[in-house]
Design a protein around this ligand. Structure first.
Ligand code: AMP
Length: 198
């Protein structure tokens, strides 16, 4: 099973992807997590990406496509994966198509979490407060001002990715404003309807 989660930052992609990992035993490939790891390790990619990420912008397509191309070659990704945070531009979606067709693989479904953007800033403020209360590191880009930049980047560059997949009949939307459990239940029923064994 190969699946993509789409939706603005703070929509719950990471939360829902992590739940599917547990349920179905396929890896979550989060480009945000991979980039944060590269930043922490101060790799050449991390050094290039850091300032863009801190400002809430998008890292260049070349860098992100390269990271994903390497990651989907790993053994654990051969039986499937959940992409979280990629593709974020049409160029990335096209590159993913090319990578998959080269490997004779197809995408099973693209799940869009449909959310009210005006509620997302509150959500992110809550996420930062919870992380702090649990003694976990707070993401620098969860600062409300940076978060607004991330939303702008989404509306400018990423919102067009959903229509790209819709046009090919691969997109399913679920209501991302419901509780985590309710969103999970909707996702499960969409996956059941697609009739895929994962
Ligand atoms: P995320 O954890 O998905 O919210 O990503 C955090 C940050 O990493 C984003 O704000 C971008 O700066 C960068 N990033 C993650 N995925 C991508 C991508 N597919 N394309 C460009 N930049 C990305």
């Amino acid at each position: 099973m190969r699946l993509i989660f789409l939706g603005p930052p703070g929509a719950g992609k990471g939360t829902q992807a992590a739940r599917l990992v547990e349920k179905h035993g396929i890896p979550q490939l989060s480009t945000g997590d991979m980039l944060r790891a590269a930043v922490a390790a101060e790799t050449p990619v991390g050094l290039k990406a850091k300032s863009v990420m801190d400002a809430g912008g998008l890292v260049s397509d070349d860098i992100v496509i390269g990271i994903v191309a390497d990651r989907i070659e790993e053994p654990d990704a051969q039986k499937g994966f959940i992409l979280d945070g990629f593709p974020r531009t049409v160029a990335q979606a096209e590159a993913l198509d090319a990578m998959l067709s080269e490997k004779n693989m197809n995408l099973d479904i693209v799940l869009e979490l449909d959310v009210d953007q005006s509620a997302l800033v509150d959500r992110i403020v809550k996420r930062a407060a919870e992380a702090k209360a649990n003694g976990e590191p707070v993401r620098k880009d969860d600062d409300p001002e940076v978060f607004k930049q991330r939303l702008e980047a989404y509306n400018r560059d990423t919102a067009v990715v959903a229509p790209y997949y819709r046009g090919r009949g691969q997109l399913k939307s679920v209501d991302g404003m419901k509780s985590i459990d309710e969103v999970s239940a909707q996702i499960d029923s969409v996956l059941d309807a697609v009739g895929r064994e994962v």
